[in-house]
Design a protein around this ligand. Sequence first.
Ligand SMILES: C[S@@+](CC[C@H](N)C(=O)[O-])C[C@H]1O[C@@H](n2cnc3c(N)ncnc32)[C@H](O)[C@@H]1O
Length: 314
Amino acid sequence: MDNRSGTINQEIPMLAERDIESCYLGQFIPLHYHHNMLMDQRRMKNFREAISQVVFPGAKVLELGGGTGVLSFFAAATAEKVWCVEFNPDMVDEARRLLARNAHGHKIEVIQADAFAYLPPEPVDVVICEMIHVGMLREKQVDVMASFKQRYLARFGGPLPLFVPDAVIMAVQPLQLDYDFEGFNAPIVQFRELTREADDTLEMAEPQVYCTMDFQGDVDPEIRWSGHFTMAHSGTVSSLRFITKNILAVLLDQQTTIDWLNNFMILPLDAPVDVVAGDVLQVSFGYRAGGSLPSLQLTMTASVVARVSDLTPA
Ligand SMILES: C[S@@+](CC[C@H](N)C(=O)[O-])C[C@H]1O[C@@H](n2cnc3c(N)ncnc32)[C@H](O)[C@@H]1O
């Protein structure tokens, strides 16, 4: 047990060790945060579109981590039956209350269960799982999907159902950010809206993809990356921006995909690096999917491996 869980343990002595870790690592999402998720129009619109493309009339659907039940509601518009699994008892009550107010609610069975243990009573055609955080950190999407596939194949054999999301692409980009808040210098983690104007931010190089995961196949939860960026500007690389694009559905016949881009996450480097345009910066980091933000941040390194001044004739 680390210091943080020790503190929590003293404050909330009744919490079991597993629940303490869950609170920290994104498994417990309070009710008021579900309103933010419902308000996220890109997320809602694109999930609705993807689900309507993937779920066919008569389909059996399983949702893991149902929250308010909104994605099950989208599925029930076409599906014959939806099992909606949610761990948090308060959210189970809330999902039942909300689904009863909406069309097709009678097709959805809300079940209070752990997605790491639950299997539907019969094979399903589609599995929806939105336990997604930038970089696949904190929330347990990757482990839940892996556990589900293994247990599903053992009980029902193949084929596996289709998964929503189908895949994820993750990229990283070095930034210059001043971290000045009315004169108060505070290099801390930030989450930024995709549309927000960012006068305080300079993109020091184009983003590079560091990991792709295909949920239809086997996914390695261990992520290790090292890569080189040629600096587009002179300045100070102070942070890394993490970009996560979820491929919700692949529409082969239309040769397109339906995607959902998470808000950007920006993590400050422990040791900012002064660079000149043309320098080559090496960046490396590693973490386990589902791990904490510090577990990534502690591994982040950046250093200049080729100075432009050494490359240009005097
Ligand atoms: C990011 S929210 C998404 C909620 C909903 N699907 C939506 O899209 O609005 C993830 C949900 O998964 C639930 N959850 C997390 N871990 C779980 C587990 N092991 N078993 C079942 N539900 C879980 C959380 O309580 C939360 O409601």
